[in-house]
Design a protein around this ligand. Structure first.
Ligand SMILES: [Zn+2]
Length: 177
């Protein structure tokens, strides 16, 4: 589709071809028959997810019915997506200030971050809580990336904890990154 960059296409195409075979997911024609297979997105959403994508021939990718369905699904998810974008900066600020609180001492149980942030941050911005899934989506890249100010570790009772990087203990704990 037009809204994938060529770099994204190059990455996603081989993945889809391996997952589904190099053929149109709608009519079943092979790459040899149709010459070019396009990446069809069921939902236009970022971050990109391969589970929402299929390879299709040009004809099938441009069938009006399929496109209409896409547009409907896009508009129904965009409200939650918009809300999630609006809340992200506030979530970052909230997490930062929670970490600094003396009683937290630069670490908070992962589940506690998800529960509290979903409730507090969502309410402050929009009047209603965010879904815990949204907070988990925020936390994924935030905790995995080596340049992130945060990381996750297993706590002494086996629960995940989010630590401010540089303050994490290095005893016999397991670093999950
Ligand atoms: Zn087709």
């Amino acid at each position: 589709m037009a809204n994938l960059s060529s770099g994204e296409r190059k990455k996603i195409y081989p993945f889809l071809a391996k997952r589904d075979g190099e053929k149109c997911a709608n009519c079943g024609k092979s790459k040899r028959e149709v010459k070019i297979l396009e990446i069809h997105e069921d939902i236009y959403e970022r971050p990109l997810r391969a589970e929402n994508m299929r390879l299709m021939c040009h004809g099938c990718n441009h069938i009006k019915e399929l496109r209409k369905k896409n547009m409907l699904r896009t508009s129904s998810i965009s409200a939650e997506h918009k809300k999630s974008m609006a809340c992200y900066p506030l979530f970052i600020k909230w997490l930062e200030s929670e970490m600094e609180k003396p009683e937290n001492n630069f670490h908070i149980p992962y589940d506690q971050v998800v529960d509290q942030a979903a409730f507090l941050v969502g309410k402050e911005v929009t009047g209603t809580p965010l879904s815990p899934k949204t907070i988990e989506r925020y936390l994924g890249p935030l905790c995995d990336h080596p340049d992130s100010p945060y990381l996750t570790m297993a706590g002494s009772h086996g629960q995940f904890e989010i630590w401010k990087r540089g303050h994490e203990p290095d005893e016999d704990r397991v670093n999950l990154n």
